[in-house]
Design a protein around this ligand. Structure first.
Ligand SMILES: Cc1cc2nc3c(=O)[nH]c(=O)nc-3n(C[C@H](O)[C@H](O)[C@H](O)COP(=O)(O)O)c2cc1C
Length: 372
């Protein structure tokens, strides 16, 4: 299968991509104190600026929205300044960069809140597994506090402020994280949302918070600079839905009306945030199921190789393809795909936390050639 189609330009809303090879959001837990991006973070993103599009790691919209140690935020002036150095570095290398914004909801821990208050969620249901505290200890998840209906406008306002901050920091667009079991996904899926107000129960009600967030941000920064990521059939964070297909049919049909820059779908075969190595997690194919419902561009992610990604674009199931682990290990992934060159192998052990090792020291082809 020729991979030439990956090298054809594509327009995603206000973004003009020279190729269809996308670096998706990849949490690396290497921000500086206070969730402020550092010069090392700028170097990492700049190394990968030849991607058609760079998307940042999930970045917290508020103190309450943090959920991993050394996760960056976009809610303080210092964070905006730190991110500006990142966007400048990527733009100087000729790239485009989008900020993914998130609230961790029940996946957070009280240690992130200065007053020690509990994490918040749609319902007081304890997720399975372990949280990382702000001090990097692994502890069982706490039972979150269910958000009051009267607090939800504040959650929407916080997402809006974070998106405005991202634009101030020089980002080309914002991707709302509605996937992988974080707060907005917790509202979408009925395994985690047992509410009885207008944000729970029916499919329409459970979609309300996400759509309010999208409409608010769209009003502030323009729908052509706004995107969303969803993971139907994903089970991260213990999420589940009793009627995934009708539910996401509704959500995606509604999102389609909003004329967004793109819809980013994660395939369940790369569930566990792409940490699963096998392709057997779930046989559902989200691109096949949902692409037809979305009028704008679709980016797809999850276990692709260059040939399978090119095939998916050729068959009309997506417009661009994201490569997660391959981009971690190959800063010059675009060049390697173009030349059909061998790939560096992803080192799982250095995924989360630490310094330059496993972050900015994966060699480029050029460096490998010099070493020979
Ligand atoms: C180390 C790591 C961190 C990730 N962090 C995020 C994240 O912050 N936000 C997100 O939406 N997805 C995240 N993902 C999922 C990836 O964006 C991508 O969807 C997944 O890796 C599947 O693509 P792949 O099979 O090409 O790796 C992460 C994946 C990995 C491996």
């Amino acid at each position: 299968m020729s991979v030439d189609i990956l090298f054809t330009p594509i327009v995603l809303g206000a973004l003009k991509l020279p190729n269809r090879i996308v670096m998706p959001a990849l949490t690396r837990m290497r921000a500086g104190p206070g969730g402020v991006p550092t010069a090392l973070n700028a170097e990492y993103y700049a190394q990968r600026a030849s991607a058609g599009l760079n998307i940042t790691e999930a970045t917290a919209i508020s103190v309450q929205g943090h959920g991993y140690p050394n996760m960056p935020g976009i809610h303080s002036a210092a964070q905006v300044a730190g991110w500006h150095a990142v966007t400048d570095a990527v733009h100087e290398c000729g790239g485009r960069i989008v900020q993914q914004i998130v609230h961790h909801g029940r996946w957070s821990h009280s240690s992130y809140n200065p007053d020690g208050s509990l994490p918040v969620a749609p319902s007081a249901i304890t997720p399975p597994g372990h949280a990382y505290t702000a001090q990097s200890a692994q502890v069982p998840y706490e039972t979150p506090r269910a958000l009051e209906t009267s607090e939800l406008p504040f959650i929407v306002a916080t997402f809006r402020q974070a998106a405005r901050n991202a634009i101030e920091a020089g980002f080309d667009a914002v991707e709302v994280h509605g996937a992988n079991g974080f707060l907005l996904d917790q509202f979408l899926q009925d395994g985690s949302n047992h509410r009885t107000d207008e944000y729970g129960g029916s499919i329409e009600n459970r979609s309300r918070l996400l759509l309010e967030v999208m409409d608010g941000i769209s009003n502030d920064i323009g729908s052509d600079r706004l995107a969303v990521r969803l993971s139907p059939h994903g089970n991260l964070g213990g999420l589940s839905d009793s009627a995934t297909i009708p539910h996401f049919n509704y959500v995606i049909t509604e999102l389609s009306k909003r004329r967004l820059a793109y819809l980013h779908l994660i395939e369940p075969r790369a569930s566990s945030a792409g940490i699963a190595d096998d392709a057997s997690v779930d046989s559902a194919d989200n691109a096949s199921l949902f692409r037809g419902l979305f009028a704008g561009p679709v980016v797809t992610a999850g276990g692709y190789t260059a040939p399978t990604g090119a095939q998916t674009i050729s068959s009309g199931l997506a417009d661009a393809v994201a490569f997660g682990r391959m981009f971690i290990a190959n800063p010059d992934l675009v060049e390697r795909i173009r030349k059909s060159a061998p790939l560096n192998v992803f080192d799982r052990a250095t995924s989360y936390g630490g310094g330059a090792r496993g972050y900015t020291d994966y060699p480029r082809l050029m460096e490998l050639a010099d070493a020979e």
